[in-house]
Design a protein around this ligand. Sequence first.
Ligand code: G4P
Length: 283
Amino acid sequence: MKMNNNPINWYPGHMAQAKKIIQEELKNIDIVYELVDARIPFSSKIKDIDNIIKNKTKLLIMTKRDLCDIKETNKWVKYYENKGYNVLLVDLKMGEVQKIITLTHELAKDIQEKRIMKGLNKKEINALVIGIPNVGKSTLINKLSGKMKANVENRPGVTKSITYIKTNSGITILDTPGILWPKLDNREIALNIAATGGIKSEILNIDEVCVHILNILSSYYPNILQDRYGVDSNLDVLEMYEVIGKKIGAYKNNEIIYEKVSLKVYNDITKENIKGVTFDRWK
Ligand code: G4P
């Protein structure tokens, strides 16, 4: 099995550009929606976000509630609330945007009052969506704007002209999400992001990511390991590969085809065959 001991080193050059665009547009923004994946509420959070969005009103939206371990993720909700964040845990596939709209109007009350004091009229609330790849930014923009498919380009490095979409809920949304990339210098964080599909397969070591997923499952979710693969959590990782390989027919001449097993486990997470898992632990 191929194992890679180097840190995942990928910090794309477009990051500075994304920051620049956000900083330039920030003056027009009333509220920032920072998205994180509910399975990795810590790992998918951009650590230096406040340097970028300063003291703008912000809402921390944890997406993919339907995929997380609600008990563990709720500990993170509390953790961020204790730090002063407004937090919403949502399932965007179910289209739960009303909660976001309601809270946005509540949070924007101060902004609107200030406008009125200055003799201005209340106006549309301008919102910006930011987050690392795969946390649901374009899904949220689509749902808020009622579009079938947003005009959103997710590929790193691709920029387009900046436009706002008027929604019918009093919110105007920047149709380009701020795609930011976490520094992947912490191995566990990088692996958590990779395991949930946030780092594309061209740059990740699939075996290493699979080992990480199997370790998480055996430590915290032995039932899933047993039910899905017939794997006992007491086995070591190579034994787990053997059991899974045999189960899915990933072997040739009595040799396990490790990469096939890795891909299967990875796909089971990213294709949502495995649900109810939260990778980050709040201790
Ligand atoms: P991004 O712009 O931040 O990169 O994320 P995007 O909206 O493209 O969402 C990434 C994937 O996550 C999409 O799946 C999307 O459907 C899914 N997703 C977003 N929010 C939720 C949620 O709350 N629950 C679940 N279960 N999935 C969510 P995909 O497979 O890439 O595309 P597709 O399913 O839309 O075809």
